[in-house]
Design a protein around this ligand. Structure first.
Ligand code: SAM
Length: 359
């Protein structure tokens, strides 16, 4: 047994009865347990590869989407696939992209997923450009909370990073999300040489508002490899700047942090309403705690962001019993989830850009 599996032994579930769970019911426990004993309860669903921004570390300026919109799953196909994952034990779902809000039928997708018995939390990752228009409708349709990308609070730096974004528009989107009750509103900033001077200002947003600001180390992909390593800024560098300005960051108490559901380590500035977090896939991996699976916009399972293959589910929709076929294929491929990503060895699998799968 590998080192990873040994570490995970304490959380292995008791043996489950062979009939667990009855067909068509929502299990109390997840059946999605991989070869290393990791329990998968979180599904990230990309609904499109398209994006209306061109963040330079994510997409080339002239990004093409050669497959056309017809290649993307329809709302009912998404519902059918997500339902299979949920019957197997997924409890939290996140819609992502590309930019999910460029899909005209995004509200229908939200409604369909939210209506599935067993979905406890439905989140959405967005660049915020469409939130002024859509935040109230998303909340009504069933989105519980949003993560908004916000790499800089300087309009010129923001424009330079996104190549076409308007900071004021995204900021109005942040306010709209707060007003619509999509809490906690999380703001994600990818750490770059360009926005290092912004780190303190971004962290200061948490002083007066219940925002969770998270700093993410840039991960290498095929489309940004030319940027490495001089663009790369570690979470340690960002934390040092924040602590020099505001004093030591206090880790959230266990009670406040709640059960750990993601890779961010969360802290609070003294007296702040919100929290500051760091996501450190390169300087500290969190593979041993990975609880997630991904579904691409074309209906493929991706077991790890940096895996070198995906597993198509769409053909199974044509089978005589598609629900059973989906379940058994998901359970089968799950056993191939790798122990850990090999980013630190320079292997980022077949991921060209995060727009393929939404991070
Ligand atoms: N458009 C949505 C958004 O902006 O959140 C969802 C998709 S976007 C690809 C998801 C997140 O991945 C964004 O916060 C983006 O900044 C981040 N991202 C993209 N490429 C990245 C990379 N190479 N390393 C780390 N984060 C990246």
């Amino acid at each position: 047994m590998s080192r990873l599996a040994t570490n995970l032994l304490p959380i292995l579930p008791p043996d489950l009865p062979p009939s667990f769970p009855a067909a068509g019911t929502v299990p109390a426990e997840t059946r999605l347990i991989d070869a290393f004993g990791r329990r998968l309860t979180y599904l990230r669903v990309s609904v499109t590869d398209r994006c209306n921004l061109r963040c330079f570390y994510c997409l080339p300026e002239d990004a093409q989407f050669p497959f056309g919109d017809k290649a993307f799953l329809t709302p009912s196909e998404i519902e059918r696939m997500v339902a299979a994952f949920v019957r197997l034990g997924i409890r939290r779902v996140r819609l992502t992209g590309g930019e999910p809000l460029v899909r005209k039928d995004v509200l229908e997708i939200v409604e369909r997923i939210k209506a599935l018995p067993g979905v406890e939390n439905l989140a959405l990752s967005t660049n915020g450009t469409e939130l002024v228009r859509l935040a109230p409708a998303l909340a009504r349709a069933g989105v519980d909370r949003v993560n908004i990308s916000l790499d800089s609070l300087d309009p010129e730096v923001f424009r330079a990073i996104t190549r076409r974004g308007e900071l004021a528009e995204v900021w109005r989107g942040v306010e709209a999300a707060l007003a619509a009750g999509l809490h906690p509103v999380k703001l994600n900033a990818v750490l770059l040489r360009e926005n290092l001077a912004d780190v303190e200002r971004l962290a200061a947003l948490t002083l007066g508002q219940p925002l969770a600001v998270r700093f993410i180390e840039m991960m290498p992909t095929e489309s940004n490899r030319h940027l490495q390593p001089d663009e790369y800024v570690s979470a340690g560098q960002a934390r040092q700047r924040i602590e020099e300005r505001f004093g030591p960051l206090t880790p959230l108490s266990a009670a406040e942090a709640g059960p750990r559901t993601g890779p961010a380590q969360a802290f609070r500035l003294s007296g702040a309403a919100g929290t500051v977090g760091f996501i450190t896939p390169l300087s500290h991996t969190f593979c041993a705690e990975c609880n997630r699976l991904r579904l691409t916009a074309r209906g493929e399972v991706r077991l790890c962001l940096f895996a070198d293959r995906t597993y198509p589910l769409r053909p199974l929709l044509a089978k005589p019993d598609p629900d059973a076929a989906l379940e058994s294929e998901i359970l089968r491929v799950l056993q191939e989830k790798p122990a850990e990503h090999m980013l630190n060895q320079g292997n980022y699998g077949n991921l060209v850009s995060f727009m393929q799968i939404g991070g």
